[in-house]
Write a protein that binds this ligand. Structure first.
Ligand SMILES: CC(C)(COP(=O)(O)OP(=O)(O)OC[C@H]1O[C@@H](n2cnc3c(N)ncnc32)[C@H](O)[C@@H]1OP(=O)(O)O)[C@@H](O)C(=O)NCCC(=O)NCCS
Length: 281
């Protein structure tokens, strides 16, 4: 799977066969895949991470308007933190997902018989471990774009918050969750995101989450259950989740200590509509 170190972009192996990568679209010049948002947010796209994002991330994640609501990233956030994120976390995950997608094409004969592609109906669908796009960008009138945020799914890392579970169950539950096979509908996922304050309250994150759930997480990863958290007072995050079908379960008091301060967590749950009669979390 090509990665261009000169441009810092992740691109695809078969740019001449864009239909294979649906719902992803392609930048015709760079061959970088992307998902567009619909109008009135058509100027927003979601792409794989790029090398140049590290420095912008450092600006975003040192902004207290963002940092006060995030427990994952370090604060202060250095350029090295950003580079580690892009090179060791984000890019490997995206490359893995793209490789899985392309491995599926190869199993279907793509690449071997260049002129005789199987039709879409003949392609055997395989589930993918992650999302190929996670970096939110605003495309400007001159065609350049600016990195404005991040959004992504991963296996749940707060399983002590599952109904009936305690801190003592966390390690075992997370190991069991991680051991489930690709595409297992029982995997419990979580979702994390942030957006640059310059772009808050324009409805962008609501639509980013909707597009990622409907066009990628459900059909490509078989995501059926999510458990997400938001600090008490993070009304924007809670609202974004509610607008995407998450239900508030409880406010867990003093659930986590962030930089010396104990904080309450809203526990939010999501289940795919067809899975709602299934087992509880
Ligand atoms: C949470 C966050 C991603 C929301 O992004 P956004 O693009 O501004 O959200 P949207 O514009 O889609 O807003 C969705 C809804 O939330 C509401 N909302 C957004 N920010 C809000 C705020 N600070 N207070 C109250 N409501 C807010 C909007 O009014 C909208 O509701 P409505 O449609 O009923 O009017 C953004 O505020 C952010 O990056 N915050 C810092 C990082 C963070 O909290 N990440 C999530 C951690 S759990």
């Amino acid at each position: 799977m090509p990665y261009s170190s000169s441009s810092g972009l992740i691109t695809v192996s078969y740019p001449s066969k864009p239909h294979l990568y649906a719902p992803l679209l392609f930048n015709t010049t760079t061959h970088e895949p992307y998902l567009p948002l619909p109008a009135p947010h058509a100027h927003i796209i979601i792409t794989p991470p790029r090398d140049a994002d590290a420095a912008v991330m450092a600006t975003h994640l040192n902004d207290i308007e963002i940092a006060q609501w995030l427990s994952g990233p370090p604060y202060p956030y250095t350029l090295t933190d950003g580079e580690n994120w892009v090179h060791r976390v984000a890019r490997p995950a995206v490359e893995k997902a793209l490789n899985e997608m392309e491995e599926g094409f190869r199993r279907n004969g793509v690449g071997e018989i260049e002129d005789e592609l199987p039709s879409d109906a003949e392609l055997v669908e395989r589930f993918i471990s992650g999302c190929v796009v996670d970096s939110v960008r605003e495309v400007r009138a001159d065609g350049t774009d600016v990195f404005i945020g991040n959004a992504g799914f991963r296996h749940c890392n707060t399983m002590e918050l599952c109904e009936g579970a305690t801190e003592d169950d966390k390690e075992r539950l997370e190991a069991e969750n991680d051991a489930r096979p690709l595409g297992d509908p029982g995997i419990l996922w979580t979702y994390g995101n942030y957006l640059a304050p310059t772009h808050h309250r324009q409805g962008i994150t609501t639509v980013v989450l909707r597009i990622l759930i409907n066009h990628w997480a459900v059909p490509k990863m078989n995501v059926r259950r999510m458990l997400c958290t938001a600090f008490k007072g993070n009304e924007g995050s809670i609202r974004v989740m509610q607008k995407n079908g998450f239900r508030f379960r409880e406010l867990r008091k003093n659930a986590t200590c962030l930089r010396g301060e104990w904080r309450d967590l809203n526990v939010m749950e999501w289940e795919h509509a067809e899975s709602r009669d299934g087992e509880g979390m």
